[in-house]
Design a protein around this ligand. Structure first.
Ligand SMILES: CC(C)(COP(=O)(O)OP(=O)(O)OC[C@H]1O[C@@H](n2cnc3c(N)ncnc32)[C@H](O)[C@@H]1OP(=O)(O)O)[C@@H](O)C(=O)NCCC(=O)NCCS
Length: 191
């Protein structure tokens, strides 16, 4: 078995068009811009909120806290060869060493949707997680109706395993949550 990720630092991950790097306080305004768009907010609940500079810095510290607790890691999505501006985030959370699984999540500034960026980043993240966290399974969930997110997961090879009916109170209504999973053997078979 490969040496497990030890959280000593967050590695830079590169895809064909993207560079995934650590999120710092300098990304606060880009995070506000990312989450300000109603289309981005539609299927997520931001807790803690990220609407002001103080909140964005607290949000970054909240993510760093999960990293320091060795439970989660979140990367900034930036364009390779660009100005290093954060255009989205991606990462894993709820790492269970016992059950050898993580959940993943992502979001992208509205101006960059539909170019395959998050599919590209998710392929790389999933590969990195299987290679470095000794996982049996990677899972993700999304609000029913979030067709872009469903499509990303399907393109990366996830299977829709079931739906929790009205399990989250999101933006004033109960919504169904679709659960997706990708097993190591399925991932290796598709490599
Ligand atoms: C989900 C999200 C990250 C996708 O990012 P993206 O880089 O635009 O995704 P990609 O371009 O890699 O893939 C999106 C796919 O969904 C498809 N899609 C997008 N909107 C769609 C819609 N309304 N109906 C059907 N398909 C749709 C695209 O056509 C594309 O599929 P294709 O390559 O087969 O054509 C982005 O929409 C986002 O930030 N949403 C808000 C935050 C969010 O929902 N995060 C996930 C929470 S579970």
């Amino acid at each position: 078995m490969a040496v497990l990720f030890d959280f000593s630092h967050l590695p830079i991950l590169e895809t064909e068009r993207l560079r995934l790097r650590a999120i710092t306080h300098a990304d606060a305004q880009a995070l506000i811009d990312l989450f300000a768009h109603p289309d981005v907010q539609q299927y997520i609940i931001l807790e803690p909120p990220c609407g002001t500079l103080d909140e964005a810095v607290a949000f970054i510290d909240w993510m760093s806290g999960h990293f320091l607790n060795r439970a989660a890691a979140r990367w900034a999505i930036t364009l390779k060869g660009g100005d290093d501006r954060l255009i989205g985030t991606i990462g894993f959370h709820f790492w269970s060493r016992e059950h050898r699984r993580v959940d993943i999540g992502y979001d992208l500034n509205r101006a960059y949707w539909g170019r395959g960026y998050v599919t590209e980043a998710t392929h790389t993240l999933v590969r990195w997680c299987f290679d470095n966290l000794d996982l049996h399974r990677v899972q993700a969930d999304c609000t029913a109706g979030n067709l872009a997110s469903e499509r990303v997961l399907e393109k990366v090879g996830f299977t829709h395993e079931g739906t929790w009916r009205e399990s989250i109170f999101e933006h004033g209504r109960f919504v169904d949550i679709k659960q997706y999973g990708l097993l190591r053997r399925e991932y290796l078979g598709k490599r």
